[in-house]
Design a protein. Structure first.
Length: 248
């Protein structure tokens, strides 16, 4: 339940359009609904501006489908990250309107979508980084942001990045995704005056250590204005940027 929907419900009670008993039924499961294996946080949007997002890894398809159905029944937009095709198949049986992005491994069910002011650039260093960048892009769009996606602009061919510099500088914030040595966020942050959220990916050969080299490189950047999220965490980057755009 979002702040506008709660306000509308209370106004309808005040005007007599909705009986008190009906309003109580709608509010019965606030602030959470206990499914036994999960407690769904129906107050998340009231506190943070966006409904609870489900982390699909480690959950069974049946559990994911039930959680998604309960969230969707409230009219909220539903996102399930790190979801398998099997989880999507089960979710689509429960909620036929569910869609799936195979690259991002993201299940989405449309619902009430907020509107964020500003434009976000999502840059990725190489094509191998696209799954993480796609997760960030789709989550940002679901959160109400306008997104400009710019791919394959890594430091090995810096001219590819410079060609898009005017477009990049026109954004309100940036998410920069890179594996290997993770150099791209430092370069980008040195060229812009807007927040840069760096996302290290697990892409790379042996000494990349599954993204640890990129993570440490980003944390040790000498460029100002960089925040770093966990390895492969496109959703976390999207949520952080959305909170920036949401701040008055």
């Amino acid at each position: 339940m979002t702040s506008p929907s709660l306000r509308a419900l209370l106004e309808h009670v005040q005007s007599g359009q909705i009986p008190i008993e009906s309003a109580l039924e709608e509010l019965r499961d606030l602030p959470f609904e206990d499914l036994g294996f999960a407690k769904i946080d129906h107050h998340r949007a009231l506190r943070q501006g966006f409904p609870e997002v489900v982390f699909g890894a480690g959950k069974t398809p049946a559990q994911i489908a039930q959680i998604a159905q309960k969230l969707s029944a409230r009219g909220d937009i539903v996102l399930v990250t790190r979801a398998s095709p099997e989880a999507f198949a089960a979710t689509q049986v429960a909620v036929p309107a569910a869609t799936y992005d195979e690259m991002a491994r993201l299940i989405q069910i449309d619902g009430a979508k907020p509107k964020l002011e500003g434009k976000v650039g999502v840059l990725c260093a190489g094509t191998s980084d696209l799954p993480v960048a796609q997760e960030a892009t789709l989550c940002l769009q679901a959160m109400g942001a306008e997104v400009v996606s710019i791919s394959d602009v890594g430091v090995a061919g810096i001219h590819r990045l410079l060609e898009r510099l005017d477009e990049i500088r026109a954004c309100s914030a940036l998410i920069v995704v890179a594996g290997m040595e993770g150099a791209l966020p430092s370069v980008v942050a040195g060229l812009v005056s807007i927040p840069v959220v760096a996302v290290p990916t697990s892409v790379g050969y042996g000494a990349a250590f599954g993204g640890l080299a990129a993570l440490l490189g980003m944390l040790n950047s000498c460029s100002n204005g960089i925040a770093v999220v966990n390895i492969d965490n496109g959703f976390g980057a999207a949520a952080f940027v959305a909170s920036i755009l949401r701040t008055p």
